[in-house]
Design a protein around this ligand. Structure first.
Ligand code: ZN
Length: 368
């Protein structure tokens, strides 16, 4: 990881930077302030002020399936942080993928400080196979497969390539999701680990999560003893010492602008916060902070009927009826009620339900 605070500081004032770096005897970096080196990602070489699009190759192992990860790299003509944006970890979450189609058109690398790595579709097998949660080849969840394994299954190899080429070179990572194709999810929110990583990593993660500018911010609980325990994309980043955040915007495979545009705006907001581009941040006055989340896991396999009176984004009180599970003949097996009061963040929106599925997520509202 680069020295994040030094990079940020120096983008503000070249003169101040010169003094600071002179004192720490890193003169060579100062001379490249307005003339950064080419950026190298796998086999892609990006000159300053240019954009390159290409693929990270995920090779076959022992005759197993191979795949690729489509990426765009925008390398600024000025020094600055490396920001990695990852869409499509879940291949049927479309609003992040569509937002990342638009972003290269909105960022001019000749007016950019730093480097943006855009992963358009992290999980190509899941995208082309139209699967939720899991890749179709090995039935593994990419967002539970970090740091990955170069000789593992295709999902584990994708995770390894992302860790190597997208997470480790970054100063900041944004992992962008929506409700999966079976999930209602509202409101759109950003999220960060409030306990994982060093104090500076937590502070910087919070900084970008707030700068993203959504009106709801979730604080993830928990921390990780090692990178092998940090199986989630952004958990891998923070455990490696790289500030990171998640985004959730969109639901049920819907591709409307109401879900795509908040992602695009949020990413540009973060780039402004990090002094990568010019412009004023657009922020809500006082975002709702969700400090804790409660889940309901299905106790049966069968057919799920969400209650027509409740909607994601509603505030529900403990005991509110959220839906019913029946067997495959229509006989009721289980009534699902809210185990706690809070904002109904996620609710299954399609009929299939399996024992152990997380059918409900409720966010408890914390201190502002
Ligand atoms: Zn997801």
């Amino acid at each position: 990881m680069r020295n994040v605070s030094a990079v940020r500081y120096c983008s503000l004032s070249f003169a101040l930077c010169l003094i600071m770096w002179t004192n720490t005897a890193v003169i060579a970096q100062v001379s490249t302030e307005n003339d950064p080196n080419p950026f190298v990602l796998a086999q892609l070489v990006v000159e300053p002020g240019k954009m390159v699009q290409g693929e990270i190759i995920v090779n076959s192992v022992n005759g197993d399936t191979s795949t690729f990860i489509p990426v765009t790299v925008l390398h600024g003509s000025q020094e600055g942080p490396v920001l990695s944006l990852i869409a499509g970890v879940h291949g049927s979450e479309y609003s992040p993928i569509l937002s990342m189609q638009k972003l290269p058109l909105l960022v001019d690398p000749s007016n950019l400080s730093g480097t943006v790595i855009i992963v358009h579709i992290a999980n190509m097998p899941a995208f082309t196979g139209r699967t939720i949660y899991f890749g179709p080849n090995d039935l593994k969840n990419l967002n539970r497969s970090f740091p990955g394994n170069p000789s593992g299954t295709v999902t584990e190899r994708i995770a390894f390539e992302l860790t190597t080429h997208v997470i480790k070179p970054a100063n900041y990572v944004i992992d962008i999701h929506s409700g999966d194709a079976n999930e209602s999810l509202r409101p759109s929110y950003s999220a960060y680990y409030a306990e994982a990583g060093s104090e500076e990593v937590v502070r910087e993660s919070e900084r970008i999560a707030m700068a993203f500018g959504l009106s709801t911010v979730v604080q993830f609980a928990g921390s990780y003893d090692s990178v092998n325990d940090a199986i989630y994309t952004s958990a891998q980043a923070v455990t490696l010492g790289i500030p990171a955040m998640d985004v959730e915007s969109g639901e049920l495979g819907v591709i409307g602008d109401r879900y795509v545009s908040p992602i695009t705006k949020g990413v540009l907001n973060v780039m402004r916060e990090l002094d990568m581009i010019e412009g004023k941040l657009e922020l809500p006055e006082s975002p709702l902070i969700i400090a804790d989340r409660t889940r309901v896991y299905s106790e049966h396999s069968g057919i799920w009927y969400a209650d027509p009176l409740v909607r994601t984004g509603d505030y529900v009180t403990q005991g509110t009826r959220l839906g019913v599970i029946t067997d495959y003949f229509g006989n009721e097996l289980e009534t699902v009620t809210a185990p706690a009061s809070g904002v109904l963040l996620i609710l299954f929106g399609t009929p299939p339900v399996n024992t152990g599925d997380p059918i409900v997520v409720i966010g408890k509202v914390g201190e502002p």
